[in-house]
Design a protein around this ligand. Structure first.
Ligand code: HAM
Length: 426
């Protein structure tokens, strides 16, 4: 007989993460904390699909951006027969706005604060903190008139979510791009300032200077970074109104004791922003130091075919939070382990497990025909506090041996007494 064929081991896609129980416990705990914080701030939660029409992101994020030019994952094969161009969402803002417009949420209330969580996909070159599938905790505040106060509320919510997630070491970086006219001015200023450096910029930036000069500021190439850092531009692009609003925002943040640093080089890598932009960075993270980011996008809703309504929001990167969170999260442990000798009374043991579970007590048993000693060792290894033993003596007495592993005491009880005992211990 020929040797069995050796198959190549399957592997996860680079830049994706498998979450084992210990990591997932922390992930779920942080998500719950973020959810509770969002509810504290009056958010409603929504859950939107992973699949979205590609044009939503192209129109919102911008054609000359890394996300659209290089990172969109297309769902080509699965929908080959439909002519629709479908993407795995790279971010949540554009999608939330598509949902807002489609459901005419502006007709229901003048102001919405929407919280969402879920996986996002970007065709990145994977490295620490930069994944192809990652998760966002996001909030979008849509509508309202007192934009300065809403901006401050959104920044405070992002900071509070990070506090609740155990992220200690963090800095809020803040800037204002100004209104549409200011942004055009900023773009023109930048074009003029970069003109003398044409021969030194990388080929991508050379193209960006003509098509979308703001994106030169995000370039990761060393030479381009040096050129940008040496430029002298601060808030000269801001009109009187936008400058006044930015000053007001800084004052509100000071009054609620949210520390921030003004960073004129912060422009964000997505085109939809106007006015306030912010990023929360942590020196605990290394080169990919942004743990979250956001800003105002007053023209996005109308650009996607909706009414002229302002909005602001943010998204936190779950995987980056997990890298630096100081939280210690307890692992789930079952309440009681039902043990016996090898396969003896296996059906009776299983019936007991089933009874306990029906009564709301988490219970499990051995499925490997191991000795009683090995079963005790397995229970101890999992930190299970109580063991129920069903053997000859117990079956004869019509009782169960209930053992408290913390003080090594044991007593014969019936199953109803076990339930009462476990409930009183909880
Ligand atoms: P973003 O800056 O692209 O903004 O993403 C927000 C956060 O997601 C980042 O600060 C980072 O922590 C995390 N993140 C981004 N890309 C990756 C990646 N490849 N791997 C791991 N984590 C990553 C947005 O997406 C905007 N939608 C934020 C926003 C909401 N603006 C207004 N509302």
């Amino acid at each position: 007989m020929s040797e069995p064929k050796q198959f190549k081991k399957c592997q996860a896609i680079r830049g994706t993460t498998d979450f084992a129980q210990d990591v997932l416990s922390k992930f779920n705990f942080i998500t719950d904390k973020a959810r509770q914080t969002a509810l504290l701030y009056g958010c409603e939660e929504i859950n939107l699909p992973v699949l979205e029409d590609t044009s939503v992101f192209v129109r919102a994020v911008g054609e000359v951006t890394d996300i659209v030019e290089k990172q969109i994952f297309k769902a080509v094969r699965a929908v080959a027969e439909s002519k629709q161009d479908i993407a795995l969402r790279p971010e949540g803002t554009a999608q939330v706005i598509r949902y807002y417009i489609e459901n005419a949420l502006n007709k229901k209330k003048p102001f919405h604060k929407l919280f969402y969580t879920g996986p996002m996909f970007r065709g990145e070159r994977p490295q620490k903190g930069r994944l192809r599938q990652f998760h966002h905790l996001g909030v979008e505040a849509i509508g309202g008139t007192d934009t300065v106060l809403i901006d401050a509320d959104i920044i405070a919510l992002a900071v509070n979510m990070l506090d609740a997630s155990g992220v200690k070491n963090k800095t809020v970086k803040l800037n204002s791009l100004g209104c549409h006219a200011d942004k055009v001015r900023l773009t023109e200023n930048l074009k003029t300032a970069l003109a003398p450096y044409k021969d030194e910029l990388c080929p991508d930036c050379l193209r960006r200077v003509l098509t979308n000069p703001l994106r030169v500021i995000d370039c990761k190439e060393k030479k381009c970074r040096e050129i940008i850092k040496a430029l002298d531009f601060k808030d000269s692009h801001l009109c009187v109104k936008c400058k006044d609003e930015f000053d007001k925002l800084k004052n509100v943040l000071r009054s609620i004791e949210i520390a921030f640093e003004y960073d004129p080089f912060l422009v964000r890598g997505l085109d939809y922003y106007t006015n306030t932009v912010f990023e929360i960075v942590s020196s605990d993270l290394g080169s990919q130091d942004a743990v979250g980011a956001g800003g105002r996008y007053n023209n996005l809703i109308s650009n996607l075919g909706g009414p002229n309504i302002p909005a602001v929001g943010f998204a936190l990167g779950m995987e980056r939070i997990m890298l630096i969170s100081k939280l210690k999260v307890a692992q789930p442990v079952i309440d009681i382990y039902v043990a016996g000798h090898n396969d003896n009374y296996i059906n009776e043991r299983y019936a007991l497990v089933k009874f306990l579970r029906n009564e709301g007590v988490s219970a499990d048993m051995d499925y490997c025909s191991r000795s009683l000693k090995a079963q005790f060792r397995a229970a101890q290894k999992q930190d299970i506090k109580y063991i129920a033993v069903l053997g000859d003596d117990e079956i004869k007495a019509g009782k169960i041996m209930f053992r408290d592993m913390m003080n090594s005491k044991q007593e014969m009880l019936d199953k109803v007494e076990i339930i009462k005992r476990l409930i009183s211990f909880k």
